[in-house]
Design a protein. Structure first.
Length: 172
């Protein structure tokens, strides 16, 4: 990346960047929202580094192997490039099922904290966004800002934005 700033947006995958297909595991099932790439372009134009933080319990539940997750993410990386975007700076994946009591499954903050430390990010300029309350809570647990996008019903206790683009437009 050309401008390594300490500002970052951590994004949920399913229901936020792409439509939630309920245990999606094949690249051909990826379906972006109409504003996904416009919003990501604006975020990067404003100097934010982009990361994805995703719970993929389908692995831990035995529905699909971790390699399937990687193939989906490789396809999304290629789509970023096709839209002239910088690549995601990190893919944070929790492959565990809820009963494994790991420290990486959202709303646990481990994945965000690891990237914050690795890349020297500034908590004052970082957000975690997703379509569920656990996404916003994950951000708060990591000491950064958290918000819910797209799903108003999940936003009871959190800042809410109707779309990713609306969020990107409000960023300083
Ligand atoms: Mg989601
Ligand atoms: Zn985990």
């Amino acid at each position: 990346m050309t401008n390594k700033t300490p500002k970052a947006i951590f994004l949920d995958r399913d229901g936020t960047l792409i439509r939630d297909k309920n245990y999606l595991s094949r690249p051909e099932d990826i379906e972006y929202f109409p504003d996904t790439f416009t919003a990501l372009t604006l975020m990067q134009a404003k100097g934010y580094r982009l990361y994805v933080i995703t719970n993929q319990s389908g692995v831990g539940r035995g529905f699909f192997p971790i390699e399937a997750v990687y193939s989906v993410h490789a396809a999304m990386d290629a789509d970023m490039s096709a839209h002239k975007l910088e690549p995601f700076e990190g893919w944070g994946v929790c492959p565990h099922s809820p009963d494994e009591a790991c420290t990486c499954r959202k709303p646990h903050a481990q994945l965000i904290e690891d990237f914050m430390q690795r890349d020297g990010l500034d908590a004052k300029h970082c957000w975690m966004l997703g379509d569920k309350g656990i996404d916003a809570q994950c951000g708060l647990n990591a000491g950064i800002k958290g918000a819910v996008v797209r799903e108003k019903s999940a936003a009871a206790d959190f800042v809410f934005f109707a779309t990713l683009l609306e969020f990107a437009q409000t960023l300083p």
